[in-house]
Write a protein that binds this ligand. Structure first.
Ligand SMILES: [Fe+2]
Length: 436
């Protein structure tokens, strides 16, 4: 006997299943069979493959174990449309999904009908066990995930065409309303992130937890001086340390007193972190010091809107490679900077490059990568951290007493460039006029 709850659950689930499956097929409006068959790059999949793969999910995980009379439409689809579920067995190589001219789009749509009807049969005759309900809910969410992939893969595909086709032309565009800038108010206190409640969520949204917070950089008044300070706050809401920028961006950043302490801290069971602030990384000694203290991740808030952001990013990239550490180089936006935040791994690969719009960058990193690169060399090559440890000389440039700094002194003080400073182009032009 079905209980009231299970009857309600059953009808909600059935309705949602139908809605999600129909929404996927609505994405095909205006597309040709050829649009649906092409794979524009190894990381993208053809629309047809997405249509079949989401169907395969229901066939493999919902129907095969739960509907006794179920017969697969074609047993070969089990391999063709498996994606990354190694436990399910063989799979067709991902970069070759665009080679599947068969089954055709019509056959894939028939496959969808076949599976849809079977899922409806299952829902009609079975009392919904909680596990089965969860599995179908997972299938629905998985299908919605692939709806997004269909759109992103299609956009890439269409972008490759010289005809510049548009997927849709929904004119007029949705109006955008200007927002008045102002403070966003938040109650003080301890906050948690992650899924709360009993509804559906993916594994990676759990467990609900508190977070470590690095607040970017703020001016701090301390003992009569002003510092440019980055604070680190632990999940209990305690400030565990304040890093004060060592290299204020002189001559533009004035009145800021440099700090003289590094901030390196451990997160239990994770690894060792350090904070550097903005212009600091233009001085490799800062990253050298914190990584020699064992830092595996450098958290690097930046606040720049200047034209040298490309150089800034190149230095962050080089820092990750030179010291085999993760670099989180996070720049402000709008009035606070020109964005382009990036995350680079200890082998010098960009894990993420943001554009100039607001973004969340949820990213998972493996600190074992740092340990491996430092031990075995960057991409198995240079073992710079150990070679630096074994350096044959003490660099004389750091010996302020004995190093001949006459060249450095000849450069003059740090000051804003003056308009009347003769520049190289003017000198060159004068010289050439004389000769002419
Ligand atoms: Fe998938």
């Amino acid at each position: 006997m079905q209980t009231e709850t299970s009857r309600k659950l059953l009808s909600d689930l059935t309705a949602r299943f139908s809605r999600v499956r129909a929404a996927t097929e609505r994405l095909l409006k205006g597309l040709s069979a050829e649009d649906c068959a092409i794979q524009s790059m190894p990381d993208a999949s053809p629309v047809k493959w997405h249509l079949a793969h989401t169907t395969w999910f229901f066939e493999t995980f919902v129907l095969a174990p739960n509907l006794r009379a179920y017969r697969p439409l074609d047993p070969a689809y089990r391999v063709l449309f498996n994606s990354y579920y190694n436990a399910v067995g063989e799979k067709h190589p991902r970069p070759e999904r665009g080679m599947l001219s068969r089954p055709g789009l019509g056959e894939v749509l028939s496959y969808r009908r076949h599976v849809d009807e079977a899922v409806h049969r299952l829902l009609a005759e079975t009392r919904v066990a909680p596990e089965l309900a969860q599995l179908i809910a997972l299938g629905n969410h998985h299908e919605q995930q692939h709806q997004e992939l269909i759109l992103t893969d299609l956009k890439h595909l269409l972008s490759r065409s010289a005809l510049r086709p548009a997927y849709q032309k929904p004119w007029p565009l949705t109006p955008i309303r200007a927002r008045v800038r102002g403070w966003i108010q938040r109650e003080a206190g301890l906050y948690e992130i992650g899924h709360a409640g009993n509804g559906f969520c993916f594994d990676n949204e759990r467990p609900r937890h508190r977070v470590w917070l690095v607040n970017g950089s703020m001016y701090e008044r301390k003992d009569g001086a002003i510092h440019n300070t980055t604070s680190v706050i632990n999940p209990q809401g305690e400030v565990i340390g304040r890093y004060r920028k060592m290299f204020p961006f002189t001559p533009m950043e004035q009145g800021v007193t440099p700090g003289n302490d590094f901030l390196v801290f451990d997160i239990d069971g994770v690894g060792r972190f350090a904070v550097l602030n903005c212009y600091d990384i233009w001085f490799p000694e800062t990253a050298r010091t914190v990584t020699a203290m064992g830092a595996e991740v450098i958290l690097h808030p930046v606040l720049t809107f200047t034209i040298d952001r490309d150089v800034d990013i190149a230095i962050a990239h080089a820092t990750a490679a030179m010291f085999q550490c993760f670099m989180f180089d996070v720049n402000g936006l709008g009035a606070g900077g020109n964005g382009q935040s990036c995350v680079i791994d200890p082998s010098g690969r960009f894990l993420h490059r943001a554009d100039t719009l607001e973004q969340f960058i949820p990213i998972e990193i493996d600190l074992e990568q740092v340990r491996r690169q430092r031990k075995n060399g960057l991409r198995g090559l240079g073992q710079m951290t150990k070679s630096f440890r074994d350096r044959p000389i003490d660099f004389p440039v750091y010996d302020r007493k004995n190093f001949d700094s006459s060249y450095l002194d000849s450069l003059g003080p740090v000051q804003a460039p003056q308009r009347d400073t003769p520049n190289l182009v003017t000198s060159w032009a004068k010289k050439n006029r004389k000769q002419g």
